[in-house]
Write a protein that binds this ligand. Structure first.
Ligand SMILES: CSC[C@H]1O[C@@H](n2cnc3c(O)ncnc32)[C@H](O)[C@@H]1O
Ligand code: ZN
Length: 440
């Protein structure tokens, strides 16, 4: 199937490429065949899709999530990370069965597609359920079984075996839309020897590593007390950064650590909403850029954010660093957009396939309505997208050239059923929380 998307504005997100107006994009099957003004040289297509008054751009890439945690949205707010995790999240997650992960992940994927996310990274348990939801919904994802090594040796071994089996079963699955990685949860939940074993497995399976890193000051202090070094050096000594690595947060990292992360080619997932809500701090993003890092964006789970709106994170990234540094030039609008698209693709090691709209790449893209009053006068669409738009302006979402949402109608997911099942799954683990009579 060849589809020609015409009469729209197109922001390819290729470096230094200007926004095109009255432009077209030809999609042949799952890949982009041509982008430009006017019509493609070889005028052949099966379907014309009118994108007048719409802006086409690459779909958002959410580089850090725990999708099933949508079920715990609003469950424990206004707490610091360690109390939130240990006293609230982990006890509730201990009640999670496949039903909760399936229902929570479906709800998450529904929310992400509605907001324009076409690819996300996920770290959780019951990952076969997560992968199946990804396969069924049509979205793209890089997934890992998160492993926490605080239990017995037997538990540690079994979790690592599960993580390895998940890679064997799902890497390249769903026609290549699913890729995998290994996910040691954090230096404070995985003893050094366990991390070494995970690195060995990552090497033999040729997998990237995804972990939480230096999210709070307390975590950094604990690492120094326990191991004599800060977390960045700790992971470096354990050989983690010999693998392609994506770290979430990196809030409390100093100059020396940023230089080391840059030298090792480590990818950063900046999660401003979650970091603000948990009171963890603000990551030194401008400094990271100065060292040549290209931080991407993530929402983290919906229990610490509390939504999965990647455009919201783009907007936060464009605003909070200006305020924190008292510098209105910190994270300009176009850089914030790159963080949500091209740098996201790089952070998930998928830059050959996604992240920009150009011939040869997968046709993962969204359209944004330009007719709202908040998008006028329409002279600087990058500015309006970052400083004025909302995710409700996203009209169409395509992954692999396949429409997942058209004119805000979802095509692969049953929204009402997903809402209902999420309520039931939540009720099964939190019967004390009352639901509306009709189960909505
Ligand atoms: C082992 S599966 C993933 C694990 O991570 C927990 N989690 C969610 N958000 C955060 C965060 O911001 N920092 C650290 N850990 C987090 C989640 O509850 C799961 O237990
Ligand atoms: Zn996380």
């Amino acid at each position: 199937m060849k589809r020609l998307f015409t009469r729209g504005a197109i922001l390819s997100m290729k470096e230094r490429e200007p926004l095109l107006t009255d432009a077209a994009m030809l999609v042949d099957g799952d890949r982009i065949a041509w982008v430009g003004n006017g019509l493609p040289p070889k005028q052949e297509w099966d379907e014309l899709v009118d994108m007048k008054d719409r802006l086409l751009l690459p779909g958002w890439v959410n580089t850090h999530n725990h999708a099933a945690m949508t079920l715990l949205r609003g469950y424990a707010d206004d707490l610091p990370l360690q109390i939130w995790l240990e006293k609230h999240m982990w006890p509730m997650e201990a009640r999670f069965q496949a039903q909760q992960v399936q229902a929570g992940t479906r709800l998450a994927v529904l929310e992400m597609i509605r907001g324009g996310t076409t690819c996300f990274a996920d770290m959780y348990d019951h990952m076969d359920e997560v992968a199946q939801v990804v396969a069924d919904s049509g979205i793209r994802a890089r997934l890992c079984r998160g492993v926490i090594g605080l239990g017995s040796e037997v538990e540690r071994r079994s979790k690592l075996e599960e993580a390895v089996q998940f890679v064997r079963d799902w890497d390249g699955g769903a026609d290549g839309r699913i890729t995998t990685m290994l996910g040691p949860h954090a230096p404070y939940t995985c003893p050094p020897d366990y991390i070494r074993q995970i690195v060995e497995q990552a090497e033999s399976l040729d997998q990237p590593i995804h972990t939480h890193l230096s999210e709070t000051m307390a975590e950094v202090e604990q690492n120094v007390n326990d191991y004599g070094v800060r977390p960045v050096e700790h992971l470096d000594r354990l050989g983690v950064f010999r693998r392609p690595t994506l770290v979430a947060h990196a809030v409390h990292v100093n100059d020396e650590e940023i230089a080391l992360l840059a030298d090792r080619g480590v990818k950063i997932s900046h999660n401003p909403g979650s970091n603000l809500k948990l009171g963890s701090g603000i990551a030194p993003i401008s400094l990271m850029f100065r060292y040549g890092l290209k931080p991407a964006l993530g929402t983290d789970g919906a229990a610490s954010n509390n939504n999965l709106d990647l455009l919201g994170e783009i907007q936060l990234a464009a605003l909070i660093h200006k305020g924190a540094e008292q510098n209105p030039e910190a994270v300009p609008a176009i850089q914030a957009l790159a963080m949500g698209t091209r740098f996201g693709a790089e952070a998930l090691f998928l830059e050959k396939e996604i992240g920009t709209l150009e011939p040869g790449k997968k046709a993962d893209f969204i359209s944004v309505d330009l007719t709202g009053p908040h998008m006028q006068p329409a002279h600087d669409l990058v500015s309006h997208l970052v400083y004025a738009a909302s995710s409700a302006d996203v009209q169409d979402v395509y992954v692999d050239g396949r429409p997942l949402m058209r004119n805000r109608q979802l095509l692969t997911l049953d929204e009402e059923k997903i809402r209902w099942e999420a309520q039931q799954a939540f009720h099964a683990i939190a019967p004390e929380k009352n639901l509306p009579d009709d189960g909505r």
